[in-house]
Design a protein around this ligand. Structure first.
Ligand code: 13P
Length: 340
């Protein structure tokens, strides 16, 4: 492992106003997304949709990394250039989702643990051959009456740390993603308490597994009210609570933090990021790694129709640019309605 190399990959993904496009939807998830626009989830449609995103002109000014799914990392542009090569050549570093999904945690109803450690060393070696320079593993933490349990937080943190250590051994930057879900009617205070506990568990396991923090990207949730909460905290409160938690929990050595959007609207996710960065700089980059918040407007503009290819790219470009401005602390909500 060359730590300087890992650090420079992590910085390439998150610094200079750049963030990450999460385009690593598994086959069931992309089908769900395509269902919303009445597009069929065929291999050809999935390839064409990802090609639309990746070939957006100018996107590389704002996007420093793209997370791919196993199928996608093996696909190519219409001209036959493998996607990872196409992206890496433009400076949009190619990465790969390596977890095998969150599965029910035996003995702990309502909780999950993420699988995928078996054979991971070999899979990482193959993905490096295919052009991946970073990886992603998502742990999912549910908030409920008596959950999460300590045990669930520990089991997920342990798996994240084992994954991260294997990545660094392979020269791959691990995105460490402990996602506290927004699902539920809980308050922002409850989200704050659970996010603190989740990050505590993660950083203690990363230390125990000798993971070098200079060579990781943390992908946390924002501290936010549950999506069904009767009263939801406003943007200033979300930004303030999230920064409070990150400053207390995330060691300064961490190279970059890149938020997931987790069900926020595209505009909310950008506004929250922008408000936080108005208070910067921070010891780490504070950026985005959005899936839905970058893609939803593009998916909706495209609708599986070749005539809408350019419109889909325009929609992605707009979100990428505005999130980049938010990362730089230069975003204003009025920009949403101005011409790009
Ligand atoms: P969302 O931004 O849609 O939450 O997706 C990010 C991601 O990669 C979740 O693992």
């Amino acid at each position: 492992m060359d730590l300087n190399e890992l650090h420079s990959i992590a910085m390439g993904m998150t610094s200079n106003g750049k963030g990450i496009l999460a385009a690593d939807e598994s086959s069931p998830t992309i089908k769900k997304r395509f269902d919303t626009i009445d597009a069929e989830s065929t291999e050809a449609n999935r390839r064409r949709y990802r090609e639309m995103l990746f070939t957006t002109s100018g996107a590389a000014d704002y996007i420093g990394g793209v997370i791919l799914f196993d199928e996608t990392i093996r696909q190519a542009t219409s001209d036959g250039v493998p996607f990872p090569k196409y992206l890496n050549d433009l400076g949009m570093i190619a990465g790969i989702k390596v977890d095998m999904g969150a599965k029910a945690l035996a003995g702990f109803p309502g909780e999950t643990v993420t699988e995928g450690l078996d054979g991971l060393r070999d899979r990482l070696a193959e993905y490096v051959e295919l052009g991946a320079r970073f990886a992603k593993w998502r742990a999912v933490i549910h908030i409920g009456d008596d959950i999460p349990t300590e045990y669930c937080l520990h089991a997920n943190a342990h798996a994240l740390a084992r994954y991260a250590a294997l990545c660094q051994e392979a020269g791959v930057v691990p995105i460490v993603e402990p996602e506290v879900l927004m699902d539920g009617a809980h308050s922002i205070d409850r989200c704050e308490e659970v996010t603190i506990a989740a990050l505590d568990a993660v950083f203690s396991e990363l230390e125990a597994h000798k993971v070098a923090l200079e060579g990781i990207v943390l992908k946390p949730n924002m501290v936010i009210s549950g999506s069904d909460a009767a009263e939801r905290a406003g943007p200033a409160e979300v930004a303030e609570a999230t920064l409070r938690v990150l400053k207390a929990q995330v060691p300064e050595a961490v190279a970059g933090i890149a938020f997931l959007s987790g069900g926020q609207t595209a505009e909310e996710a950008t506004e929250h990021l922008g408000l936080m960065n108005e208070d910067g700089p921070f010891p780490w980059e504070l950026s985005f790694s959005y899936g839905r918040a970058l893609q939803a407007p593009a998916l909706d503009a495209w609708r599986g129709n070749e005539d809408n290819f350019a419109a889909g790219q325009d929609a992605l470009f707009k979100r990428a640019r505005l999130n980049s401005l938010a990362h730089l602390g230069q975003y204003q909500t009025s920009m949403e309605t101005e011409a790009a």
